[in-house]
Design a binder for this molecule. Structure first.
Ligand code: SAH
Ligand code: SF4
Length: 404
């Protein structure tokens, strides 16, 4: 069965740019400024993003907090979403003063906050002179936040707008977690039980390649999944990669049960190397082996993302090859109609061809969904707001340094 779903439908880092869509828009656009309520000075550290172990070490060794007090701090910060140490009411005055003296709480600054007619919300958040996008996609039974892991991207996928921007820098763990905290804060979503939360899922499908910033992404994942804090279940988090092979198994080992999405986009090396240049470094065979290895560690189906580019990767033969390629591990294929952007060298496949392609996969026994765009009226695709502020420069991937 082929499903036309809006799940994971937020088309990652691409830009969506139809003038008609803008003209027809009934979008409400709001500009908001949210900053931490605690005084930030250069002498204090942002508490958001410090690992639990490190916070425990700092507070117990440097400031003589007892371990149960550290747990209280963690809970105020991540569970209750309290942004003022003075409101950490079960701590003593001395302890609150200590926290104020050495730390601050900073989720970032909301530079722009746009709401689509379909409820999709796009936030442009400033971090230390850079800006990144997060998009919240509400659905009947879940609410998904799409977060960015880098400012820009080095990988240069030819259909991706972010790929035309140079990598500015990796986001820190605090900036990745900050996107989730900011979204929860703006939606008054802290302190609720799991069932009542608006923000229930997180996907790493915004700007950047999460496995090329693994150190910070993994640190952020530990904080996001900590049961006494933000307590997001690993099965409700999906990390999307264009194929950083050495780190796929590592992700599975470090975070059993986490969701994995592979941006495959082609079923042969020739086409894939053209449109996803990192394929030259880690070709399809190695990528498929990494998927099989990941599957031995995780029971979840791997999502195979496949952008539909007219005349490039969308023939019936491509679909047949794709079905063969991914038949050796449990998967869910997500066909993504190409979102165009100014100067894009591709066109989206016809609706008819997308249906034919999906039907071939369906007949091969695969689960297929066709991603339905959301938030079109606010151009809710990553990379868009950044285009004015980031110098356009195409860069091919450099040598592998995913832990840097
Ligand atoms: N760097 C990671 C995660 C971010 S991109 C990755 O590549 O997986 C999230 C998804 O959006 C990827 O599958 C990506 O290939 C896809 N995408 C990028 N540009 C697109 C476009 N113009 N139209 C449709 N999908 C696009
Ligand atoms: Fe875009 Fe490719 Fe980078 Fe993903 S890896 S953000 S698709 S350029």
């Amino acid at each position: 069965m082929i499903r036309y779903c809006s799940r994971l439908l937020y088309s990652g880092c691409s830009s969506f740019s139809t003038t008609a869509a803008v003209a027809a828009s009934t979008t409400t656009t709001a500009t908001a400024t949210e900053t931490a309520t605690d005084t930030k000075t250069k002498d204090t550290k942002n508490m958001v993003g410090i690992s639990k172990e490190e916070l425990n070490r700092q507070l117990t060794e440097n400031h003589q907090f007892q371990p149960y007090r550290v747990n209280q701090v963690w809970s105020w910060l991540y569970n209750k979403g309290q942004r003022t140490f003075d409101n950490f009411s079960n701590l003593s005055n001395v302890q609150r003063d200590t926290l104020n003296k050495h730390y601050h709480i900073d989720y970032g600054t909301v530079e722009k906050d746009q709401l689509s007619v379909d409820g999709t919300r796009k936030m442009l958040i400033g971090y230390a002179g850079q800006e990144v996008e997060s998009v919240f996609i509400p659905e009947a039974r879940r609410g998904t936040l799409c977060v960015s892991s880098q400012v820009g991207c080095t990988f240069g996928c030819t259909f991706c707008f972010t790929g035309t921007q140079k990598l500015v820098r990796n986001l820190t763990a605090g900036e990745i977690v900050g996107q989730v905290m900011m979204a929860r804060s703006l939606m008054n979503d802290f302190g609720h039980t799991t069932e009542k939360r608006l923000l229930s899922n997180v996907v790493f499908m915004g700007q950047g390649e999460p496995l090329y910033n693994y150190r910070n992404v993994s640190a952020a994942l530990r904080i996001l999944t900590d049961p006494s804090g933000l307590s997001l279940s690993k099965s409700r988090i999906t990390v999307s990669t264009s194929g950083v092979v050495p780190l796929i198994s590592r992700l599975g080992q470090d975070f059993p049960g986490i969701g994995l999405a592979i941006s495959l986009h082609a079923s042969n090396n020739k086409t894939r190397s053209e449109i996803v240049p990192i394929n030259q470094q880690w070709p399809i065979e190695e990528l498929m082996q990494a998927c099989r290895d990941f599957s031995t560690l995780n029971t979840n189906k791997i999502t195979i993302e496949y952008v539909m580019l007219r005349g490039v990767n969308d023939s019936d033969e491509d679909a047949i090859q794709l079905a063969k390629l991914i038949s050796t591990f449990p998967s869910l294929v997500n066909l993504i109609p190409f979102n165009s952007w100014p100067g894009a060298p591709y066109q989206c496949s016809t609706t008819e061809q997308i249906k034919r392609f999906a039907a071939v996969l369906d007949r091969a026994g695969l689960k297929v969904t066709v991603r339905q765009p959301r938030g079109r009226d606010i151009l809710a695709a990553c990379g868009q707001l950044k285009t004015e502020s980031v110098k356009i420069k195409k860069t091919l991937p450099g040598p592998p340094s995913p832990l840097d």
